[in-house]
Write a protein that binds this ligand. Structure first.
Ligand code: G6P
Length: 364
């Protein structure tokens, strides 16, 4: 029941702070500054033996998986990457006993992801799930996992489940890091930042009016770019995905660094770029790329922190609260959900049930 909300997507966007609190509850161990994920079914020795992480998911779950892999690599220093579950099985992947395979799925029923898990298990790989729906097919198939406790999600465009996936990855990274060389101080720093996230998500949601105005202007464009680097690139991918899913505008994600190797040819006053520019070690490079876009008269929307100097570049700024730098991606993602929502609403589309798409794809 969407209650007073005009769509489930809107309701689910607003539910994110409460959902985020639920996924964190009871899973942060203050004393040892680590994650406390009982459902993993992996003890400290087994966690220490993991040499590589492979994340698998489809659609938005794949993009959050890419954010999660980056986070694990950064915090736990374990090589990690994400791949579309729909492709994985078909290239006869090498399944290694010391790799941890992480299946990410809101519904737990996406057939491509389920079949990937089954293939891994057949070949002796160890699997865990980051799944929202309790008792779903993927949840039953994996060796252990983290339930997301986002509550039922109805809108095809996933919001609160994605946020909780990200938090699941953050706790996993913390737990993996703390049985390796992550210090207590670093563990505490991350726990403090995780606990502060729900309120920061609320702050972003409170900027709804500003985001609605920006979205209405973006909705007029036939084609848009979403760009980001390293931590920001999966954010851009997810932002483009949401926008195209429900506004039906052509939205393409690119690494900011790759613009000059092709897409710059398409920049013009008719093609806006939404740039993800957190205040991190890449900020100077990112701002330089904004100059390149502005010089070609490409309209710019910059999702950023208030400390980032845009140095006279003409751009619409969307400012998000700061977190610890590793956790920035989730706060950068939330305004992109809200932009997509308002663009679709402005265009009069069915927000919860976009054409040609299903909430859960149970066919190949
Ligand atoms: C479908 C939906 C996407 C979703 C993907 C994965 O394609 O349209 O929004 O991200 O499935 O769904 P899952 O339930 O596995 O997270």
């Amino acid at each position: 029941d969407a209650g007073d909300h005009e769509s489930f997507m809107h309701k689910e966007i607003l539910e994110q702070p409460a959902a985020a609190e639920r996924v964190l509850r009871g899973r942060l161990d203050q004393r040892f500054a680590t994650g406390h994920l009982g459902g993993l079914n992996l003890d400290a020795r087994e966690l220490r033996e993991i040499k590589r992480i492979k994340v698998l998911g489809c659609g938005s779950a794949y993009y959050v998986g890419q954010m999660g892999a980056t986070l694990i690599e950064e915090l736990a220093r374990i090589p990690a990457d994400a791949e579309a579950a729909s492709e994985f099985r078909y290239r006869n992947p090498i399944i290694e006993p010391d790799t941890l395979y992480v299946a990410v799925s809101q519904s737990g029923e996406t057939l491509d992801t389920l079949l990937a898990v089954q293939e891994i298990r057949r070949k002796g790989g160890r699997t865990i799930g980051l799944v929202n729906v309790v008792g779903s097919a993927i949840a039953r198939e994996v060796d252990g996992g983290i339930y997301l406790h986002a509550g039922p999600e109805v809108a095809v465009a996933s919001t609160k489940a994605l946020t909780n996936m990200y938090l699941g990855f953050a706790m996993l990274a913390l737990q993996l890091g703390r049985v390796r060389d992550m210090s207590i101080a670093d563990g505490r720093r991350l726990i403090g930042a995780l606990e502060a996230l729900p309120r920061k998500i609320e702050e972003i949601i409170a900027t709804d009016d500003h985001l609605a105005g920006v979205a209405e202007r973006l909705a007029e464009a036939e084609s848009l770019f979403f760009v980001g680097r390293v931590r920001g690139f999966p954010v851009a991918r997810e932002g483009a995905q949401k926008f195209k899913e429900i506004s039906y505008r052509h939205a393409e994600a690119y690494q900011t660094s790759e613009l000059k190797h092709g897409p710059l040819a398409l920049i013009s006053p008719a093609v806006p770029t939404i740039a993800i520019v957190p205040d991190d070690e890449l900020v100077e490079r990112n701002v330089a790329a904004l100059h390149e876009i502005a010089a070609r008269k490409g309209p710019l929307v910059v999702v950023t922190h208030d400390s980032v100097p845009l140095r006279g570049i003409k751009a619409e700024r969307i400012v998000v609260p700061r977190s610890e730098v590793e956790l920035d991606p989730i706060l950068l993602t939330v305004p992109l959900q809200i932009l997509a929502y308002h663009a679709a609403r402005h265009l009069g589309h069915d927000i919860d049930k976009p054409r040609n798409l299903a909430k859960s794809v149970t066919v190949e």
